[in-house]
Design a protein. Structure first.
Length: 582
């Protein structure tokens, strides 16, 4: 359920979005123990952040509460994706979870990559634990997926509160991801967050009617609390009060639950408990004046030079699209050419790709691919030009882990054990790496596309630390300063799903829908955003680098100012592709 309240103070720009999740009653068939007060915890947290004391510091407060059966994996994802679509950089997001959680240990039956072993799993309503050893977990939200979704939200300030069993593992993995992911350093370099979790057994004392940590959080947010009496409450106040209060409660109820916290929000004001003096103190603590729009830089204010003075060369966009539906020997596919044609329309209409700069090859042979790569090899490109290579069709991996693209004439493995009639991915990789263009993104929507690279390497990005979001041209210049060779493979090292006829493959649907978001407020789409959007698909896509990739190299899509989604029946239909449970 959702609710919203509006501040009575004019001039406020920032809004507060609260997503509060609580799960008491898990289905018996899921083999997950029920909890006592998770629902009550989530409702109380939602109500606390919907008070007038909180609302006065924001233009509007939006509260969404997911309880029990509404807190399915799809429901939680949908709520987070809604925040991705509506939040602005100046907004604040509070994410709260009360429910079961687990760290899945590796076993001999599954690899850590495929089973999510070693990751923290938020156990949602439709999660299930199967197997005699109870190590097979399905339909859970991993800490990695949660961090990717949170990182995709544009709000520069986020507070994450985890009140669940084994949440120390969640705290560690979320802190690492949120503090190091490229999206934080390149999307909005002024991002900051606070994270609260617990160490020790999470308990629900009947005398409190809440989990111990949540009880301390609620007490801290009261206007009558010790910290509330000074007129306003910051996230730093929460940390200090909760640590002290939890110690007192542990003595009373015989617990051993300790607060874990991390924050670089620098005293974010969350609530004004005394309007006579608290508002001014809150402004000073947070570093903003509701009458002044936009964040301020520390020290003297410096205006950015006009765009025309920056003389940024955004480069020219090119695309090579290879799509195969029909094969001489392999099973016919339904969607690759449809996916390719939809992508071509999107790039031309909304991203400034000139039609003559898009090379589309339908049902290509091995020779067709050789010829088009040779054509590109003899072209002249500028230093900021970009090439998207999109491949959709059949793929294959032999017993030695070598991957192949299946072209129109490729024989079946029974007839060609070495698959010499296919296109060896290692040779394909070498050919595109040598193309004389600085920025290349290869998208492989094929089975076993992850075999393109022997091992998965996640790019590391660096950027200057800023308190205000950079201009679009400055952001583009930053991303284009290093050579990039990036790839994303929809099938990982497993088979990829073609999808229902005329509905796109699940990967293509997500990729196209991500493009149609046009980068939101930031107005730019980079690999961090794309990887975050497709990660939840099953099998998990692989994302990495190859060849002459330089540190910080990225690939971007810059939408046109008048971009509008291309009409596409396959995207409009309500079809959801398979999602992994880990």
């Amino acid at each position: 359920m959702g609710a919203g309240i509006r501040s009575s103070i004019e001039g406020l720009d920032r809004e507060l979005y609260v997503l509060s999740i609580g799960i008491n009653d898990y289905p018996k068939e899921g083999n997950i123990p029920d909890l006592r007060f998770a629902d009550a915890d989530a409702e109380a947290v939602a109500a606390t952040f919907a008070t007038k004391e909180v609302g006065v510091t924001f233009k509007q407060v939006h509260v969404t509460t997911l309880l029990d059966s509404s807190a399915t994996l799809a429901g939680v994802r949908a709520a987070l994706e809604h925040l991705i679509s509506v939040c602005k950089p100046e907004d604040l997001v509070v994410f709260y979870f009360a429910g079961q959680g687990a760290v899945l240990l590796p076993n001999s039956k599954s690899s850590s990559r495929d089973a999510g072993a070693g990751e923290y799993h938020f156990i949602v309503f439709d999660s299930t634990i199967k197997g005699s050893d109870k190590t097979t977990l399905r339909n859970s939200l991993t800490s990695r997926e949660l961090s990717q979704l949170l990182l995709s939200i544009q709000a520069q300030r986020q507070v994450i509160i985890i009140d669940s069993s084994h949440s120390a593992a969640a705290f560690d993995s979320l802190r690492t991801a949120l503090n190091s992911d490229s999206v934080f350093t390149l999307h909005y370099t002024g991002r900051r967050f606070a994270l609260f979790g617990t160490e020790g057994a999470a308990i629900e004392p009947p005398s409190l009617g809440h989990g111990l940590m949540t009880s301390s959080l609620l007490d801290a947010m009261k206007s009558t609390s010790e910290i509330g009496r000074k007129g306003f409450i910051t996230e730093a106040d929460l940390e200090g009060h909760m640590m002290s209060h939890m110690g007192q409660l542990n003595v009373e109820v015989g617990g051993d639950e300790q607060l874990l916290s991390y924050s670089d929000l620098r005293g974010l004001c969350l609530s004004v408990t005394d309007m006579s003096q608290g508002m001014n103190d809150c402004k000073a603590s947070y570093g903003y004046d509701p009458q002044v729009k936009g964040p301020k830089m520390r020290g003297v204010e410096v205006e950015a030079p006009p765009v025309d003075e920056q003389a940024v060369n955004r480069g020219t966009d090119y695309a090579l699209i290879l799509a195969g539906d029909n094969y001489d020997h392999w099973r016919k596919l339904d969607n690759p050419i449809y996916d390719a044609q939809s992508l071509q329309k999107e790039l031309v209409q909304n991203f400034g790709y000139a039609p003559q700069n898009i090379l589309l090859r339908e049902n290509p042979t091995k020779r067709d691919i050789h010829d088009v790569l040779t054509e590109l090899h003899h072209r002249t490109f500028d230093k900021n030009d970009r090439l998207l290579i999109y491949v959709a069709g059949h793929g294959f991996m032999d017993d030695f882990g070598e991957g192949f693209l299946v072209t129109r004439e490729t024989l079946l493995p029974a007839e060609d054990p070495d698959l010499g009639s296919g296109l060896d991915l290692s040779r394909f990789r070498s050919a595109i790496d040598q193309l004389p263009i600085p920025h290349i993104l290869l998208v492989l929507d094929v089975c076993y596309g992850g075999s393109f690279k022997e091992r998965r390497v996640i790019p590391a990005y660096t950027s200057e630390s800023l308190d205000a979001p950079p201009s679009l041209d400055a952001l583009i210049a930053n991303k284009m300063k290093s050579v990039s060779r990036l790839y994303i493979a929809s099938g990982g090292l497993r088979q990829a799903y073609d999808g229902d006829p005329g509905m796109h493959s699940p990967f293509a649907r997500t990729f196209l829908k991500t493009l149609q978001q046009f980068g939101g407020k930031e107005h730019i789409i980079d690999m961090g955003r794309i990887d975050g959007a497709v990660y939840g698909l099953c099998p998990h896509p692989y994302y990495g680098t190859f060849g002459i990739q330089q540190e910080g190299g990225d690939f971007i899509f810059v939408p046109s100012p008048d971009a509008r989604p291309v009409a596409d029946p396959g995207l409009d239909a309500k079809v959801e592709g398979p999602h992994c449970s880990s």
